[in-house]
Design a protein around this ligand. Sequence first.
Ligand SMILES: Cc1cc2nc3c(=O)[nH]c(=O)nc-3n(C[C@H](O)[C@H](O)[C@H](O)COP(=O)(O)O)c2cc1C
Length: 216
Amino acid sequence: MTGADVLDFPDGVALSETLRMMGQARAMRRLRPDPVPDELVRALVWAGTRAASPNNTQLWRFVVVREAEQRAAIGGTMEEFLSWIDALGEPADEHDAHIRAEARHLVANVAQAPVLIFVCAEHAYPERGPDPRYLWSVVNTASQNILVAARALGLGATLTMMQVRNEQSVREVLGLPENVQIGTMIPVGWPDRAFGPARRLPLDDVVHLERWQEGS
Ligand SMILES: Cc1cc2nc3c(=O)[nH]c(=O)nc-3n(C[C@H](O)[C@H](O)[C@H](O)COP(=O)(O)O)c2cc1C
């Protein structure tokens, strides 16, 4: 099995555009402030709603924030997250330092991202006794579809959980009802950096064929 950044297909088989986009749907934390047309934002949310969900319950709910005032209010809730990042101590290595600096940049500049998509979900499945694992599953399927769709449309996006340090304040800004949980917060905009391949572990490091093999 190959673990290359670009998937090798057998000779004569074209790499599908969808797989190519999946291979490049990386975190894009540097965004230009230029507006994103509503049709493209709708396309992203549409992609989110095409995802799989338990029993097709489609528990996901999306809050799309575009107004400057509302974005500023979200930005204002991020102080705690910034202090949390600053208190993390020394980064483990250069890569860690880079991700941390970029994440910090995104938090500090969140109000400048032209669109913030909050992928939320209703805590409502199974009906007889809602289990949070289902709620989080739909957040994840929908969020990843949005990331791939953004890449395909040439938009930058990052799956974040920036709301976790200040969740109550974010909930208040969004006016969320009690049974709706925030899963991810995806800032979206035109990229201010080049897209590159998603660097991931080789398949051989993460795949076990037929049964788990220790040390393979
Ligand atoms: C559940 C989850 C939470 C994340 N939270 C944040 C976050 O709060 N801030 C951030 O900048 N990136 C966040 N990320 C993005 C990851 O850092 C990113 O996917 C990872 O470093 C791989 O980077 P790449 O996509 O550029 O290759 C999160 C990703 C996931 C899946």
